[in-house]
Write a protein that binds this ligand. Structure first.
Ligand SMILES: [Zn+2]
Length: 151
């Protein structure tokens, strides 16, 4: 209520100013009324514009979230092999599913591995370097080291 009265006072003051300034050319009350109408129309348009922008922002966030969830979707299969489903899988969250076929509960384990994606200029040198590094660690081959890693 306080805001409405304040708005009315501001609108009236602006209209009075404009009407007073133009009273030499146009009738004071005509320009006063016109100014009030323009201000209310302008305010209405401004408010509906910001509502549209707000809706745009919300739908943009919703789209981003949906895309993010779509990226986490993985096909998971029950160890019994009779049930497959697509679920959002997050690395730090345990996913427990119940198989409708065998009635067992199963979870999804995420295992990560790393691989070089840069192209070595001389693959033989890189291989030799890796092998030397592994021999220093006590194992005999690159492949043996990979096998030794905990799964
Ligand atoms: Zn199953």
């Amino acid at each position: 209520m306080k805001n409405i009265i304040l708005s009315l006072i501001i609108v009236s003051l602006i209209s009075t100013g404009i009407a007073f300034g133009l009273s030499e050319f146009i009738d004071f009350w005509k320009i006063f009324t016109l100014s009030i109408v323009i201000q209310f129309a302008g305010s209405y348009i401004w408010k509906s514009r910001s509502i549209v922008y707000g809706e745009d922002a919300i739908s943009e966030i919703a789209d981003d979230l949906e895309e993010l969830i779509n990226r986490t979707l993985l096909e998971v299969e029950c160890p019994c092999g009779k049930y497959k489903t697509i679920e959002p899988v997050f690395i730090n969250e345990a996913l427990v599913l119940e198989c409708p076929d065998c009635k067992n509960k199963f979870s999804v384990l995420i295992d990560t591995k790393t691989a070089l994606i840069t192209e070595p200029l001389a693959p033989e040198d890189v291989y030799a370097q890796l092998q030397t590094a592994n021999e220093e660690k006590g194992s005999t081959s690159v492949f043996e080291t990979i096998k030794e890693q905990p799964t």
